[in-house]
Design a binder for this molecule. Structure first.
Ligand code: 5GP
Length: 205
């Protein structure tokens, strides 16, 4: 008999400027069984940012959703709120539809998911060097002060994230990082599948 397993929640976390967004997009492009959640934020859209990068909302709208339990996790990052909405259980075009769920979020959010869902797969993405990370942040168009704040936040984030992550991947080459993460996800799926099969066999005794 076919026993569908619960969707795996994969958390891609790490400081700003390590390339999480690019890696996340590449992962879902290559893996049809993976669905990328779209977060809500109170941050204003950057000039070069796509409309659908987030659900851009004002603070009262965000806070109303947070207080009604509408987020799987949410956090404040440098003065803006970011949150992962609960995925739509219905099979809508905008929902996971039985696929595994990929979250691209900060370390505070990853910590919340880690505690609420011990079965989640948490991957910490790191930049090859601080210089590279700073350059990537500057290229995004954030001002110098913001870049400096993000670099300072990154040191604390890496420390906190290494306590909760299942794996750490250095984003030296995008292709290699995507390959590595893809393999980690596949391995976790195999283990989850085996556990499920083992449970079913035990249950039938
Ligand atoms: P940015 O402003 O650069 O788009 O995002 C700032 C930070 O917030 C990044 O580390 C990004 O991964 C994180 N982030 C994006 N969406 C969410 C979310 O839904 N929850 C949490 N906790 N962090 C998020």
């Amino acid at each position: 008999m076919y026993h569908p397993r619960e969707p795996l929640v994969v958390v891609l976390c790490g400081p700003g400027g390590v390339g999480k967004g690019t890696v996340a997009r590449r992962l879902v492009e290559r893996d049809p069984k993976l669905w990328l959640s779209r977060s809500w934020t109170t941050r204003t859209r950057r000039v070069n940012e796509k409309d659908d990068a987030y659900y851009f909302v004002d603070r009262p709208t965000f806070e109303a959703k947070a207080s009604s339990g509408g987020f799987m996790e949410w956090a404040e990052f440098l003065g803006n709120l970011y949150g992962t909405p609960w995925p739509d259980r219905l099979d809508t075009a905008d929902g996971p539809g039985g696929r595994d769920i990929l979250l691209e979020i900060d370390v505070q959010g990853a910590t919340q998911i880690r505690h609420a869902n011990p079965g989640a797969l948490v991957i910490l993405l790191l930049a090859p060097s601080q210089e590279e990370q700073q350059m990537r942040l500057e290229q995004r168009g954030d001002d110098d002060e913001h870049v400096a704040l993000r670099m300072a936040a990154a040191i604390k984030e890496i420390k906190a994230a290494s306590d909760i992550a299942d794996a750490e991947v250095v984003n030296d080459s995008i292709d290699q990082a995507v390959d590595e993460i893809d393999a980690i996800i596949e391995e976790r799926r195999r283990t989850a599948g085996k556990q499920l099969h083992g449970d079913a066999v035990q249950g039938s005794r």
